[in-house]
Design a protein around this ligand. Structure first.
Ligand code: FAD
Length: 463
């Protein structure tokens, strides 16, 4: 009998898992069926190309330093289509005290910059001598930053960085779960500065890039046709294995098989099932078979995110021509979490003579914004663009994309929540969970988890 695996959810996590199931050991590959509730695959990854613009509704890039993603790109023959961020994007800004401040990119610039007070700069320089972590506490990112580099940098730099990555609140995210590499740097080296120096030394020896304390090195990368190129290529390889418009309503073990029932009543049976839907959907789907799943999965909050994409003539937004964009700490009077200068970061995103800007709003900071009418959202964005970048002109075009289930928030206790989910899962042989709700929100980490999940599924399948 052919072995078959059901994959529920056709975002990057489900598609990559299905692809690996097919290709990891081709001679004993199981049959795969991917059920996707929407009429398209890709989930949060969605690139709209029209009118000479390329707009990303969700992710706009990934760092080119995670082997699992790069191997996948290679296996799909997409390497020639990779596009790296332009050199102009090296300048990043912070909106602070009514002004845009360039983030220092060298020690000299850091010392000369007046973005932070002298006291704060001295405190950062003293990082190697900061107090160690409290015992047995799943520390928040904010508390960690305040302990290591002081209150002012935590309130400004780190608060803004967390909004940029998670659309999150640094006070309500677990350092260990949300930024495990930073947690490991302190654990292994006793200090971020010492860890960074060690990393740089190792990188120099191997010829790789070193990175910064806030993240691994790597260059922001996309594809010629935007991020959707990757899920599209996966979907095209998977072909008829993908069933769009099939919302799985329930999945249960029946005898030695798993059976998923779609909203239209069609039933699909398999030897194993991979749930690659976001935690709130997984809670519904798996909770019907085992109510313990509902409670455990619903405990992972998800912040809504709004993306506004605005097109201006270059002359109206000259500040957008030389930089990556800016982030806004929560203490500042602004509605946007940050603004990305899309057409400067990646060439060809807007027609000649125009700039495409992308603002992010909402998140854990202001979840209610996602429910505002489009006109009000655009009003807030335009107000912020006027204050921060001096843009007085009306945009030539403006679009708003809402993600009500935007980005999962790994709050303190996330690790224990995962342990609990894992303990329940262990009672259901043949059931696997992957996706951005658990072990990393970035596309890179979704690709990494998909590979590990496919390996675990193959290991457990009957011979
Ligand atoms: C605005 C925004 C900006 C982002 N920016 C970046 C970035 O720049 N870089 C980066 O690396 N990451 C970024 N991310 C995060 C990244 O996009 C996501 O983590 C990743 O795409 C999630 O993939 P996924 O497959 O796990 O989940 P999803 O993309 O959510 O896919 C899950 C799929 O499951 C389907 N589904 C749900 N329920 C069912 C069901 N019952 N039956 C069948 N199908 C179901 C859904 O329709 C969906 O297609 C961003 C996210 C957002 C929202």
């Amino acid at each position: 009998m052919t072995r078959r695996v059901l994959v529920l959810g056709g975002g990057i996590s489900g598609l990559a898992t299905a692809f690996h199931l097919r290709t990891l050991s081709p001679d004993r590959a199981p049959e795969v069926v991917v059920l996707e509730s929407a009429d398209r695959t890709g989930g949060k990854i969605r690139s709209d190309a029209d009118g000479g613009c390329l707009r990303e509704r969700g992710p706009n890039g990934f760092l080119d330093n995670v082997p699992e993603t790069l191997d996948l790109v290679k296996a799909l023959g997409l390497e020639p289509r990779l596009r790296r961020a332009s050199g102009k994007a090296a300048n990043r800004y912070l909106w602070l005290r009514g002004g845009l401040w360039k983030l220092p990119s060298s020690q000299g610039e850091f010392l000369a910059s007046r973005m932070l007070s002298l006291r704060a700069k001295l405190r950062i320089l003293g990082e190697p001598f900061a107090k160690g972590p409290p015992e047995d506490v799943d520390e928040s990112v904010y508390d960690f930053a305040r302990r290591r580099i002081g209150e002012e940098p935590a309130r400004t730099l780190v608060d803004a960085m967390v909004a940029g990555v998670f659309a999150g609140d640094a006070r309500r995210l677990s350092l260990r779960s949300a930024f495990p590499s930073m947690h490991a740097m302190e654990r292994d080296h006793g200090s971020l500065v010492r860890a960074m120096l060690a990393k740089r030394r190792a990188a120099r020896r191997s010829g790789a890039k070193g990175g910064s304390p806030f993240g691994p090195g790597g260059t922001l990368t996309t594809f010629d046709g935007g991020m959707q190129v990757l899920p599209d290529a996966l979907a095209s390889r998977l072909g008829a294995a993908i069933r769009t418009g099939k919302r799985a309503m329930e999945v249960r073990r029946q005898g030695d098989r798993w059976v998923a029932q779609a909203a239209d009543g069609e039933r699909f049976a398999g030897d194993a099932v991979v749930c690659a839907a976001p935690a709130p959907d997984a809670a519904f789907l798996l909770g019907r078979g085992d109510p313990r799943f509902r409670e455990a999965l619903e405990a992972i909050p998800v912040a809504p995110v709004v993306v506004a994409s605005l097109l201006y003539p270059e002359a109206a937004a000259p500040k957008a021509l030389a930089g990556f964009g800016f982030l806004v700490p929560s203490g500042e009077k602004a509605s946007v979490l940050g603004v990305l200068f899309d057409s400067t970061v990646f060439e060809g995103r807007a027609p000649a003579g125009k700039v495409l800007l992308r603002a992010m709003l909402g998140g854990a900071r202001a979840p209610g914004l996602a429910d505002l009418p489009e006109g009000e959202i655009l009003g807030l964005v335009k107000e912020d663009l006027r204050a921060t970048m001096g843009i007085e002109a009306e945009p030539e075009e403006a679009r708003v994309f809402r993600w009500r289930q935007g980005i999962p928030q790994y709050e303190p206790g996330h690790g224990e929540r995962l342990d609990r989910i894992e303990a329940i899962r262990a009672d259901h042989p043949g059931l696997f969970l992957t996706g951005n709700s658990y072990r990393g929100i970035s596309m890179n980490l979704c690709c990494r988890d998909a590979l590990a999940t496919a390996r675990a599924v193959l290991e457990g399948l009957p011979a």
